[in-house]
Design a protein around this ligand. Structure first.
Ligand code: ZN
Length: 260
């Protein structure tokens, strides 16, 4: 009798700059672009002479967009996770749990924050900000920009959160890495340079408004490889920030500016 053939297991590699990561970033950026376009179209709902009545309906309409686009973000993330799992040749089935939308209160307070300078203020009041003294059209522009940034984060976070939650629950996932774009800010580059973090050591993924960083799952038997650009960030960090006391992020930021 022939011995049972053991399945040859060849370690696959995964990187913060692999084809999957790039596709995922394109998908999330594409959603962000459409989201911003739709949010802009809602601006006409705000009538400057009737802020009291119109801002709440604008908030409601934007919140609905955050829900829709957030679901699309979560399902794009789930597709990405499934594809990465297949590429890693992981055995056993797993269904990616989709992250729930953020609570209405969270979305509303982000949007109230974005629009707070729209409200008329007495110019003599010392608490009146520079922005609040500008004409309403300018204040609307500023509010619009802020709103775009906060909704982009809420929507992209839903995709990122879906991958993180999948990594936590999937017994075949060991951890995740951060994929930062070449032009990402120093904060994101520094975190990306750390490479893979084991799931038991991971805290919540920290992102800022306008952050396009992705979450890359790493599975059992896979080898994680830092991309050449993240290796370079790691080198800059080790050379110019890590050995010195004080604010490491500030040192790293300066290292990027001077040697990056
Ligand atoms: Zn980022």
């Amino acid at each position: 009798m022939l011995p049972r053939l053991r399945r040859l297991s060849v370690a696959t590699t995964v990187s913060d700059d692999g084809a999957g990561a790039a596709r995922q970033r394109r998908a999330q950026r594409g959603l962000s672009r459409l989201l911003v376009r739709d949010v802009r179209a809602l601006r006409r709902l705000i009538v400057p002479s009737r802020l009291q009545a119109t801002v709440p309906s604008w908030i409601e309409a934007v919140r609905a967009l955050v829900g829709e686009y957030g679901s699309a973000s979560a399902s794009a993330a789930a597709d990405f996770y499934d594809a990465e799992r297949v590429a890693a040749r992981v055995t056993g089935r797993f269904t990616v749990p989709m992250l729930d939308p953020p609570p209405d209160e969270q979305v509303d307070s982000a949007l109230r924050w974005a629009t707070k300078d729209l409200w008329p203020r007495n110019p003599e009041d010392p608490k009146t900000t520079v922005v609040q003294k500008r004409p309403i059209e300018e204040r609307l522009d500023a509010a619009e920009k802020k709103a775009e940034a906060v909704v982009q984060k809420l929507v992209t976070d839903r995709g990122r959160g879906t991958i993180q939650e999948a990594v936590r629950r999937d017994r075949m996932a060991v951890g995740f890495a951060r994929a930062a774009a070449l032009g990402a800010c120093a904060f994101c580059r520094l975190l990306a340079a750390r490479g893979m973090v084991y799931k038991q050591d991971t805290a919540d993924f920290r992102a800022h408004d306008g952050c396009n960083c992705g979450v890359i799952p790493v599975f059992k038997g896979q080898r994680f490889e830092l991309s050449p650009h993240a290796q370079e960030w790691d080198r800059l960090y080790r050379e110019y920030a890590a050995p010195y006391p004080g604010d490491q992020l500030r040192r790293f930021r300066r290292a990027i500016a001077e040697h990056g």
